[in-house]
Design a protein around this ligand. Structure first.
Ligand SMILES: [Zn+2]
Ligand SMILES: [Zn+2]
Length: 362
């Protein structure tokens, strides 16, 4: 029998996949809860940018500095900490932070956590699904949180507000939302999130960065779903900024770089790379194979990549093509997301697979 995605995840716990982890995974599956996965201490240099390495990657050969993407290094210290209610999750982070000085630093490092503004940072795959709820998964949404407070989202699908609530994130805390492309399962949650902020007296301004046309498409979506909602005076501003291919944008300490990819959505589509003081993250968005993915994922700590289909399909990434190019990626970790029903049912033993609520350190 083919393994399920959850079974694969446990297999990918690697050396940490002991009986306790397996039992925890079974409990999580039975209870519909998620697993919290933390990486162990980093090893080796991941900042070894160099012309030789780039050439090697471009040629599809291993260079001296090239590292194998998708290895298990970052998952060696997997622990089952459970999908915790918000207060408990916050308490766990406070407990780590409570260990001041060198002890706290060592403990945080042992959990693979990095620091931004003095807080521990992790990435949560809030929604790992495709547009159609395959596998019961929520639509695309990735949160970068500092001390459990969501600061940045990448994509916000139509179901994302529910997923955020279910994972104890307060949408009013989000400062920036980076949108890869203008399909409903990637940006359709914005009207709900903005209206939620209005009704819950949000005061923090929200910045949305998306493809050219985002401002008009967002206005149209709001007017279609809730007529008049785009014109309402609120206690906060929604600033809409638009990507330009390959051009980095600084938003405070966050740097966002979009790379145009191949996906028809009525506007250009992008893979995005996010650099934060704590580490870097890239997400492919939806796209068929393009060399731009190598640039988006270049040297990042974590690359979340679409794994939509087992075999090639127009406008989307497939496991067969990704396998051919896998050694060319220079990211530290590669995790697949946005899987169709056929991909979820495929043999996934060679891949790390995201699921709703998966937490990863940067
Ligand atoms: Zn999609
Ligand atoms: Zn799409």
């Amino acid at each position: 029998m083919r393994p399920t995605a959850e079974q694969v995840l446990v297999q990918h716990a690697g050396t940490g996949a002991d009986a306790e982890v397996r039992a925890a995974a079974a409990r999580a599956r039975a209870g519909g809860a998620g697993l919290r996965v933390e990486a162990g201490a980093r090893t080796g240099s991941v900042r070894n940018r160099g012309p030789a390495r780039r050439q090697g990657r471009r040629a599809g050969k291993g260079g001296a500095g090239r590292k194998r993407a998708g290895g298990c290094r970052g998952w060696a210290g997997v622990q089952r900490l459970g999908r915790r209610p918000g207060a408990e999750r916050r308490a766990s982070v406070r407990a780590v932070r409570g260990c001041r000085g060198a002890a706290g630093l060592l403990l945080g490092r042992s959990l693979g956590l990095a620091v931004w503004d003095g807080g521990w940072v992790d990435v949560t795959v809030v929604g790992s699904g495709d547009a159609f709820g395959s596998g019961g998964r929520f639509q695309t949404c990735i949160a970068v949180a500092v001390d459990e407070v969501p600061r940045v989202l990448v994509d916000c699908g139509a179901t994302s507000l529910t997923a955020l609530r279910g994972q104890q994130f307060d949408p009013n805390e989000i400062e920036t939302i980076v949108i890869t492309h203008l399909h409903g399962d990637h940006f359709g949650g914005l009207p709900f999130l903005i209206l939620d902020g209005q009704f819950r007296r949000r005061t923090r301004d929200l910045t949305v960065v998306g493809p050219p046309g985002t401002r008009d498409r967002l206005t149209a979506a709001m007017e279609t779903l809730y007529p008049g909602s785009s014109q309402v005076q609120r206690r906060f501003e929604v600033h809409v900024l638009e990507h330009a291919d390959g051009q980095s944008r600084e938003l405070g300490e966050l740097r966002v770089t979009p790379y145009e990819v191949r996906h028809a959505s009525g506007a250009p589509a992008y893979a995005v790379q996010l650099q934060t003081p704590a580490g870097s993250l890239a997400y492919s968005g939806d796209t068929e194979w393009t060399e731009a993915l190598l640039d988006a994922a270049d040297d990042v700590d974590l690359f979340l990549c679409e794994g939509y289909s087992p075999t090639p399909i127009r406008w989307h990434l497939d496991l067969e093509t990704l396998t051919q190019h896998r050694d060319r990626f220079t990211c530290r970790d590669l995790v697949l997301t946005h899987l169709s029903p056929t991909a979820l049912a495929a043999n996934l033993t060679d891949w790390k697979i995201a699921y709703d609520g998966l937490r990863l350190p940067l």
